[in-house]
Ligand binder design. Structure first.
Ligand code: ZN
Length: 95
C-alpha cells in the first residue's frame, strides 16, 4: 500500500521536474526520468543548476555559440545586425 503512495509521489515529482527542465531549456525527459528513478530531491539539483542559455551554430566554423552573440568567439564571424525599422532617415549605402 505504501509503495503506491511512493509511486504517485514519484510520478508527480517527475512531472514537476519535466516542467522545470522545460522552463530552463534542459532535457525534460532526462530530468523526469532521474527524478522518477532516484528521488524528488533531484528537483532541488535541477533548481540549483544555472539556466541554460540558448545556443546556435556558427555558419562559418560550425561551433555552438550563444544565440544572442553577434560575433563568433571561435572564428570572429560577424552575424548580420537586425535592421532597425522606422527610426527615420534613409541610409543610402555607398560602397
Ligand atoms: Zn565561428
Amino acid at each position: 500500500m505504501s509503495y503506491m503512495i511512493w509511486l504517485i509521489i514519484s510520478v508527480v515529482s517527475a512531472l514537476v521536474a519535466a516542467f522545470i527542465a522545460e522552463l530552463r531549456n534542459r532535457r525534460m525527459w532526462l530530468w523526469a526520468l532521474l527524478t522518477f528513478l532516484f528521488s524528488p530531491l533531484v528537483i532541488l539539483i535541477l533548481l540549483a543548476l544555472p539556466k541554460v542559455r540558448p545556443r546556435k551554430p556558427c555558419p562559418d566554423c560550425k561551433e555552438m555559440i550563444l544565440a544572442e552573440a553577434n560575433i563568433c568567439r571561435y572564428c570572429g564571424y560577424r552575424f548580420p545586425q537586425p535592421q532597425r525599422a522606422g527610426s527615420g532617415g534613409a541610409n543610402t549605402a555607398a560602397g
